[in-house]
Design a protein around this ligand. Structure first.
Ligand code: 76U
Length: 364
């Protein structure tokens, strides 16, 4: 077990509103026995998709009808389905650094993948325009892992790129978009798309819990028709009970209440952690990507490389990950950078966790 965790992989399970979730679940169990005794629509229960369509419009400006939503047990399942209805010779552009598990998934499906470098506004358009990428997978709300928030100007450029060729798509992975601190919410790419180029995916793993395994994708109508042709045989991959519980949790306002509470809690925690890091490391670190989401990146000026820092941190009982895990190419950057998540870090543990991190970076 770790003495403390900077893991970026979870939400703050200690603050999960268990009582109200259980109440919604019990109500669902009692009121919806019929639904539970049968198989439901392959895309998930229609009434749940109605709730989600309203929720996405309200929170992210996503414009869609419930028919366009597919519920799934995790983003990877949805991407697997999507790649089976898209052009088989699509080249998928993965952000570099980016979410490597999506790359592994696409490669395991025999899809062709290319790497799209980033500049300070997100995916590099100059690279994209020269590349053979036809479907770019991007995380504009809080680029994973750098934390870059893609400005509206770059979103427009990206949409213009997509409309210049009817085989081009943007897969907008709106991951980690629920919590924003020092920036205004930027409208989703999907809300700006007038040409059926954007597939929007999201998940409740960060705002609720990863273990619920409930994620969703919004298909533009032409792809929905392909979905119905090719994947009508599929059964819904996420639990009907979880769908019904989530629906109640949203309809009763519990979800919005939870997000408000967690934004306040995470904002305070994030500020405290930045203070502690700056106090302990003084001028020797640079913090980037901290304006939204549940993690940021800390780049340290140290002779010690990332691998050695992580080994020492592990030996000291500290859970922390480095950014090299998100690069497909091996980079030997002069200054190692770490992904610092704060969802699992309590205020009491903070000082000790930062001291231990400093020990891992500079300790002898
Ligand atoms: C960019 C991005 N889009 C979606 C998910 C969510 O997927 P799901 O919960 O299955 O809906 C993740 C999940 N991120 C992993 C867990 F935090 C990262 C593991 C690692 O670092 O290998 C992610 O990074």
């Amino acid at each position: 077990e770790h003495i403390a965790s900077f893991s970026h992989m979870s939400a703050d399970h200690a603050s999960f509103p268990l009582d109200s979730w259980l109440k919604c679940e019990q109500q669902a169990l009692k009121a919806e026995r019929k639904q539970l005794e049968n198989y439901v629509h392959p895309q998930g229960l229609y009434t749940v998709r109605q709730t989600l369509a309203r929720f996405l419009r309200l929170t992210r400006g996503v414009k869609c009808r419930p028919e366009q939503i597919v519920l799934g047990s995790g983003t990877q399942q949805l991407l697997r389905q999507l790649s089976s209805i898209m052009n088989p010779d699509t080249t998928y552009g993965i952000e570099e650094p980016g979410y490597q598990r999506l790359r592994h998934l696409l490669e395991s499906e025999g899809r062709s993948v290319a790497y799209v470098p980033l500049d300070d506004q997100g995916v590099s358009m100059s690279y994209l325009e020269k590349s053979r990428v036809s479907a770019v997978i991007t995380t504009p709300s809080h680029q994973f892992p750098t934390g870059i928030i893609m400005p509206i100007s770059r979103r427009i450029e990206l949409l213009n790129w997509a409309v210049t060729n009817e085989n081009r798509y943007i897969i907008e992975d709106d991951y980690d978009s629920e919590f924003i601190y020092d920036a205004d919410a930027v409208p989703s790419l999907q809300s700006l798309d007038g040409s059926n180029r954007v597939i929007y995916t999201g998940t409740f793993s960060k705002s609720l819990l990863p273990g619920l395994r409930i994620s969703y994708m919004v298909l533009p109508v032409p792809l929905l028709e392909k979905y119905r042709d090719k994947l009508a045989f599929l059964m819904s991959s996420c639990s009907t009970l979880t769908q019904l519980t989530l629906q109640r949790f949203i309809e009763t306002g519990e979800y919005q209440k939870h997000i408000k509470k967690m934004t306040k809690l995470y904002r305070v925690r994030r500020e405290r952690l930045i203070e502690e890091l700056e106090k302990a490391f003084e001028r020797t670190i640079e913090i980037t990507g901290a304006n939204s989401g549940l993690h940021f990146v800390v780049t340290v000026k140290s002779e010690r490389g990332e691998r050695e820092i992580l080994e020492r941190a592990k030996a000291l009982g500290l859970e922390v990950y480095g950014t090299s895990r998100f690069y497909q190419q091996v980079y030997t950057s002069t200054h190692p950078s770490l992904v610092i998540g704060f969802a699992r870090l309590s205020e009491e543990q903070m000082e000790e966790a930062v001291t231990t991190l400093k020990e891992a970076v500079y300790g002898v």
